[in-house]
Design a protein around this ligand. Structure first.
Ligand SMILES: *[C@@H]1O[C@H](CO)[C@@H](O)[C@H](O)[C@H]1NC(C)=O
Ligand SMILES: *[C@@H]1O[C@H](CO)[C@@H](O)[C@H](O)[C@H]1NC(C)=O
Ligand SMILES: *[C@@H]1O[C@H](CO)[C@@H](O)[C@H](O)[C@H]1NC(C)=O
Ligand SMILES: *[C@@H]1O[C@H](CO)[C@@H](O)[C@H](O)[C@H]1NC(C)=O
Ligand SMILES: *[C@@H]1O[C@H](CO)[C@@H](O)[C@H](O)[C@H]1NC(C)=O
Length: 327
């Protein structure tokens, strides 16, 4: 449509829209960071990332998502808890936060399981919490097929995994042990999710709209993102399969990967990914190294490309421009 408008009209629209938007020019949107399994919101490593964001886009307000103000309890909540309740709590915390609730929008960075939890937050709570850009690193968007959690010799962790494995689809496990809620079992012959998974998964089957009844709000909310950027670690051996970070399916018998664009979740657009992709807003990225081996260079690039205020105001302008033209 754009090319049909005379240049003068375009310039008029541009100058009309430029003034209300310029208010966001210098100040970056606040940044939410949701950490991964076994980490806590007060960890030094996590704050190094937040500091880097503030250094790249000066004056960035960083909020480290937590389920408890006590760091040890927050770490425990990465292992133990009902993800549905956790996301509802985070939604409430942000909605009532004195800085975050007043911002014109938010950016979000999710590490590992924190990535799919942020996506859940957007899908379920997008009417309240306005996230503009979501970047995930090594997340399990299509679930995991193995519990690769423990370091050698960690017996407490091994008994935890024993509990997970023994009764993954049980109601108690689904309501209390976090990784079970994004575990996924598939029929290897057909590639279809198993009935047990569809029936019992407390988090993933719902958030991916895999059941017969789809929640249209999820698709609408996710499709409203300015950008959804998914990073995969090239040598990730912790997330099995690592392609889960791109919503791909990996046949565990022959290793064959079916990309997102060839899957029903995309083709039938269950959660808005196709809409994002058609707008050029869905990004598949890789980075070198194993699970969560982040480099400052990659992070700086992400902050500059996706979280800088100039970028945000221009994408906002572009959207408003498209709306005006379609009228
Ligand atoms: C961001 O950096 C500035 C210095 O450039 C500092 O004054 C401010 O406290 C930092 N903000 C956060 C949230 O760390
Ligand atoms: C769909 O999700 C929204 C947001 O979480 C929720 O308010 C609504 O009740 C859900 N609808 C159905 C049919 O489950
Ligand atoms: C998880 O929490 C939600 C919300 O509190 C609740 O409706 C659901 O039954 C719980 N799930 C399990 C498996 O306990
Ligand atoms: C997988 O699907 C095939 C074809 O529908 C079926 O025959 C088989 O029993 C299924 N396997 C399992 C483990 O459910
Ligand atoms: C997975 O690979 C095996 C072995 O090649 C094959 O028999 C099976 O049909 C494949 N499953 C899917 C869903 O493609």
């Amino acid at each position: 449509m754009l090319h049909l408008l005379p240049l003068s009209t375009l310039l008029l629209i541009t100058s009309t829209l430029a003034s209300p938007l310029s208010r966001t020019d210098s100040k970056p949107l606040p940044l939410l960071i949701w950490h991964g399994l076994g980490d806590n919101y007060a960890a030094d490593g996590l704050h190094t990332v937040g500091d880097l964001a503030n250094e790249t886009n000066p004056d960035t307000y960083v909020y480290y998502i937590r389920l408890d103000e006590d760091a040890d309890s927050d770490r425990t909540a990465t292992f133990l808890g009902n993800v549905t309740a956790q996301i509802a709590q985070v939604c409430e915390d942000i909605a009532t936060h004195k800085v975050l609730s007043k911002a014109p929008g938010l950016n979000a960075l999710g590490f590992s399981q924190g990535g799919q939890f942020l996506r859940g937050l957007i899908e379920r709570c997008g009417d309240t919490v306005k996230i503009k850009n979501l970047v995930t690193f090594g997340s399990q968007h299509d679930g995991i097929t193995k519990y690769q959690i423990c370091k050698d010799g960690d017996w407490l962790c091994k008994s935890y995994v024993g509990l997970l494995k023994a009764n993954t689809w049980g109601t108690w496990v689904q309501g209390h042990l976090v990784p079970a809620q994004y575990f996924k079992s598939t029929n290897e012959t057909t590639g279809a999710p198993t009935e047990e998974y569809l029936h019992n998964s407390n988090f993933l089957a719902d958030i991916n709209n895999e059941r017969v009844l789809k929640n249209v709000t999820y698709a609408k909310n996710l499709a409203e993102l300015d950008n959804f950027v998914m990073y995969l670690f090239e040598d990730d051996t912790t997330v099995i399969p690592k392609e889960s970070g791109w919503f791909a399916y990996t046949n565990s018998t022959n290793g064959e990967v079916t990309g997102l664009r060839d899957r029903a979740i995309y083709k039938e657009d269950w959660i808005g990914l196709k809409k994002l992709d058609e707008r050029g807003a869905l990004h598949f990225e890789t980075t070198k190294g194993g699970h969560m081996q982040l480099s400052d260079k990659v992070l700086r690039n992400v902050f500059k490309t996706h979280f800088s205020p100039e970028k945000a105001s221009w994408s906002g302008l572009w959207e408003e421009l498209q709306e005006v033209i379609e009228l």
